[in-house]
Design a protein around this ligand. Structure first.
Ligand SMILES: [Zn+2]
Length: 347
């Protein structure tokens, strides 16, 4: 959903997404959309804002109920019809085409961004972590959105009887996997950056029965960082660990790359505009920081200059109904967005 300003001056797109995860909170996404409306209205009502145009956007399905970043990817020409035809709601299996039809969008042409029309895109969002709160800060100016590198690591041993196979004769793929996950956790801190994070998100044991020694095991593993050199170092370290585990036996260990995204740098001029605005409204209570989560701004950044502002999440909680932000931080963030929007539109 896009709201267009009637002004004919330079144009800025401001917004975020309007849906969230199931049973999640009230600010993830929606905060940035409401900021967009408020910034557009404030600039329209102020004599200072004469001629400046703020368009407001509310993207759908940033969270991946059907795909991921569907609204922003569609606007940016990064979502083709074939993919739309394949996607289904992960909760109830409804095809995306059926959902679009039910919403009255069947057959309607999709909006495409015209990059030449825009100075860029600004998105505000809750931090969803506890960095700002634990640092006693009210505002985060996003420098980049981290890359996510994902892997499948497979272990191959020997499936056998859990009662009759002597401990010394076993090739237990499940045990090899658990030891490997532990090895990552001991080795990675030595090569990780200050904000590197890594996660084993899924473990599968095959055949997965209490009386059978697993013959095969598989783990899905990811790490995130904003620095390309750091990402390469982490991958090299993972490769070394896999080679070491494979050589040590008794199980075979194999590494497969699933995906490697690139960090998306936020426009330096937009960062500066947000920083100057933050210093004006909240001297000393702001910082530059990378985003550890994905956002629509990383999609828009592929078409137009993009910038992002974070406000603190109480207790670092998000994707949960307890998600919240102090009211004064919500107000402050919107004031900073409005000031930065005017600076960018006048530049
Ligand atoms: Zn979000």
């Amino acid at each position: 959903m896009i709201g267009r300003s009637a002004a004919d001056g330079p144009r800025l797109l401001v917004g975020s997404h309007s849906e969230s995860q199931n049973h999640a909170g009230w600010l993830d996404g929606a905060l940035g959309v409401i900021y967009g409306l408020e910034v557009a209205r404030a600039i329209h009502e102020t004599p200072d804002g004469a001629g400046l145009a703020v368009d407001v956007v509310s993207f759908a399905d940033e969270e991946g109920h059907y795909g991921a970043f569907l609204g922003s990817r569609s606007l940016c020409g990064l979502l083709d019809d074939a993919e739309i035809g394949r996607l289904v709601d992960r909760s109830d299996g409804t095809p995306l085409r059926a959902a679009l039809e039910r919403a009255g969008f069947a057959g309607r042409p999709r909006e495409q961004i015209a990059p030449a029309r825009y100075k860029g895109f600004l998105e505000a969002h809750i931090e969803q972590g506890d960095y700002l709160e634990s640092s006693n800060l009210s505002l985060g100016i996003v420098t980049s959105i981290v890359a996510i590198w994902q892997y499948r690591i497979r272990f191959e041993g020997e499936q056998n009887h859990a009662g009759t196979t002597r401990m010394t004769a076993r090739k237990d793929a499940g045990l090899a996997l658990v030891r490997f996950a532990d090895a990552i956790d001991r080795r990675f801190p030595e090569v990780a950056g200050e904000r590197t994070v890594w996660t084993t998100g899924r473990i599968t044991l095959d055949p997965g029965a209490p009386s059978i020694i697993p013959g095969r095991a598989e783990m899905l593993f990811q790490f995130r960082d904003a620095d390309p050199d750091r990402l390469t170092l982490l991958e090299q370290t993972l490769e070394q660990l896999v080679q070491g585990a494979d050589a040590a036996g008794p199980c075979r260990c194999r590494l497969e790359v699933i995906s490697r995204s690139e960090p998306k740098i936020m426009d330096p001029r937009f960062q500066d505009a947000l920083k100057t605005a933050a210093e004006r409204h909240a001297p000393g209570r702001h910082t530059r920081m990378p985003s550890a989560a994905g956002h629509d701004a990383q999609i828009l950044a592929q078409r137009v200059p993009a910038g992002m502002l974070f406000v603190p999440s109480i207790g670092g909680i998000s994707h949960h109904w307890r998600e919240d932000t102090r009211e004064e931080d919500i107000v402050l963030g919107c004031q900073v967005m409005a000031t930065a929007a005017v600076t960018i539109l006048r530049s």
